[in-house]
Design a protein around this ligand. Structure first.
Ligand code: ADE
Length: 243
């Protein structure tokens, strides 16, 4: 999976994704993160890429020409039709489901806006997917692009050592993940739930599923509306919500 990021702050993106699991996946050739500076496509000697908004108003707007030229150079390099994601609070809200869909692509292009935004005409020309990472406003699209790249990368086969762990966690089946414990067996007077020491896998699975339902009912009851629960689990969730 190759991520191409059009940005005014390329180091922020490459440095932010150079460590830990994504950094290792890049070293192993499973993903690549290629950040391109939009400013390199400015056609003036001051390398200026923004200007005042027509009609007035606060802030500056990124001009269409450097963004378009940057995109063209990338598109030529990639050589096939590629989805172009524009990070904006006005977009469709990112989710695990959307991450799974995007993880099937070979290449993805991200366009990070700044200031008051990007000239609408170039967005109309190149963007296929306007995406938001949540209903709040950030200063630029770099952090949202990094959030998406992190989330999509871990779905690429081989990136996580344990392929099962990508499947079995929060938001699978629309339930939150069950609680995890490691050594010591007792910490600040609190013992690890007995069942996890029993070695009885079927019972452990049952307990974990129940914990997922309890946790979701308590912390994210909105998710239960689309979760697939047995009648017994529905009863359990209702009890938790009432208590
Ligand atoms: N740019 C600024 N805020 C954003 C958000 N919430 N999601 C995506 N891009 C953004």
């Amino acid at each position: 999976m190759n991520f191409h990021v059009m940005t005014l702050f390329p180091e922020m993106v490459t440095q932010g994704l150079s460590d830990s699991i994504i950094g290792r996946a890049a070293d192993r050739g499973l993903v690549s993160v290629h950040a391109v500076n939009i400013r390199d496509y400015a056609n003036n000697r001051y390398r200026q890429v923004d200007d005042y908004p027509y009609g007035g108003g606060a802030g500056m707007v990124i001009q269409p020409q450097p963004v378009y030229d940057c995109y063209q150079a990338l598109a030529k390099q990639i050589g096939q039709k590629t989805r172009v994601i524009y990070l904006t609070p006005q977009g469709r809200v990112f989710s695990q489901k959307l991450a799974e869909e995007l993880a099937k692509e070979e290449d993805l292009i991200f366009l990070c806006g700044h200031y008051e935004g990007v000239d609408e005409r170039v967005l109309e020309e190149i963007v296929t997917d306007p995406i938001s990472i949540g209903d709040y406003v950030l200063t630029g699209g770099e952090l949202p692009a990094m959030v998406m790249i992190d989330c999509i990368s871990r779905l690429v086969p081989g990136v996580l050592h344990n392929d099962l762990s990508a499947e079995f966690e929060s938001f699978q089946d629309n339930l939150l993940e069950y609680p995890q414990y490691t050594r010591p067996e007792e910490f600040m007077g609190k013992k690890v739930p007995e069942i996890l020491l029993s070695g009885h896998h079927a019972n452990i699975e049952k307990w974990r599923r129940e914990q997922s339902v309890i946790r979701t009912a308590r912390w994210r009851p909105d998710l239960l509306e689309t979760a697939e629960l047995t009648e017994q689990e529905k009863k359990l969730a209702a009890e938790i919500r009432e208590s």
